[in-house]
Design a protein around this ligand. Structure first.
Ligand SMILES: CSC[C@H]1O[C@H](OP(=O)(O)O)[C@H](O)[C@@H]1O
Ligand SMILES: Nc1ncnc2[nH]cnc12
Length: 309
């Protein structure tokens, strides 16, 4: 059945699916949008569905619906800009991750609060470039209010643990984002453990940075699929292991998705989530008005309409 290709209401919540999550199977799609942006097309068409109480949710498959994009090739700027253009205020992003700590078992879920960047500078990582320079604060890469709503509502796993930082005194949950596509060596994996890494993936960056620049609240929910390569008594991770654990744990992923969508939508409607960054980019520009590149200014107007025009 072909779906409508337009949708006229603002869509406040976006979900980005990672490896193994190519659609929101708990919801029925009501529209499928192809959104062109100044940074190209997103990884996939954006599917709109409604939650049981009628809130629209926008879903995007990070690697494409057939998983044909490597982590380095994901058009993250187009993905974030496309969601922003639909009115999205908050993004819940899913990711398959390796565990760097014994206590985070494969199939556990993790809501990290910090990131260490181990990408290699090959991914366009900002909407701001030469000719229009802007700087965004990234000390706290994830949105604390969104993270709290997710932590409160995700503890629905059968037989597995949810790891989240609920108070200032809890240990940081640090996500290492590496370039890939090859997995880490054993030596790298041990190095990341010595840095305090909790989990590792190839996808949090630049997604999280771009969401900040777009003034969108962003939090990643990670599903652990393996112990990476640091465990001497185990074979290092393979993609079969990742996919096997994702498949075996699909019911828990569904449970988490079904449990979080409505509380997050409600938090956005009540402005508890999705508004902390509003207006922050307006004053984050270093280039003087007369010296700004006109094409870039036009592109940025797609993201933040009227801020600098
Ligand atoms: C297929 S294993 C490595 C791959 O899985 C994760 O993808 P995503 O974060 O989109 O779920 C990881 O980041 C790598 O891209
Ligand atoms: N060990 C690992 N390293 C990087 N990305 C991953 N995604 C799932 N497992 C991973």
């Amino acid at each position: 059945m072909s779906l409508p290709t337009t949708f006229d209401e603002p869509i406040l919540l976006g979900v980005i699916g990672g490896t193994g999550l190519y659609k929101l199977s708990c919801l029925t799609p009501v529209a499928k949008l192809t959104v062109q942006t100044p940074w190209g097309l997103p990884s996939s068409p954006i599917t709109i569905s409604r939650t049981p109480s009628g809130f629209p949710v926008a879903f995007l498959a990070r690697h494409g619906i057939h998983h044909d994009l490597t982590p380095s090739d994901v058009p993250a700027r187009a993905n974030i800009a496309a969601l922003k253009s639909l009115g999205v205020r908050a993004i819940v992003a899913f990711s398959a991750v390796g565990s760097l700590q014994e206590e985070i078992a494969p199939r556990d879920f993790v809501i990290p609060n910090q990131i260490i960047d181990r990408t290699k500078g090959v991914r366009p990582s900002s909407f701001f470039e030469k000719g229009f320079v802007g700087h965004v604060g990234f000390g706290d890469p994830f949105d604390a209010a969104l993270s709290e709503v997710l932590a409160e509502n995700s503890d629905v796993l059968l037989g597995q643990k949810l790891h989240s930082k609920r108070s200032a005194s809890d240990k940081d949950l640090v996500l290492i984002c590496m370039e890939g596509p090859a997995f880490s060596t054993r030596a790298e994996s041990k190095l990341y453990r010595s840095w305090g890494g909790s989990v590792i993936n190839m996808s949090a960056l630049p997604e999280a940075k771009l969401a900040k620049e777009a003034e969108i609240s962003y939090q990643m929910i990670c599903m652990s699929t393996d112990y990476d390569a640091w465990k001497e008594d185990e074979e290092p991770v393979t993609v079969e292991q990742v996919v096997g654990n994702l498949t075996a744990n699909a019911a828990n992923a569904e449970r988490v998705i079904s449990a979080i969508l409505e509380p997050v939508e409600l938090a956005i409607m009540e402005k508890r989530v999705g508004y902390t960054l509003e207006g922050s980019m307006r004053y984050a520009i270093s280039t003087g008005p007369a010296s700004r590149n006109k094409q870039m200014a036009a592109n940025l107007d797609f993201l933040h309409t009227g801020y600098w025009s």
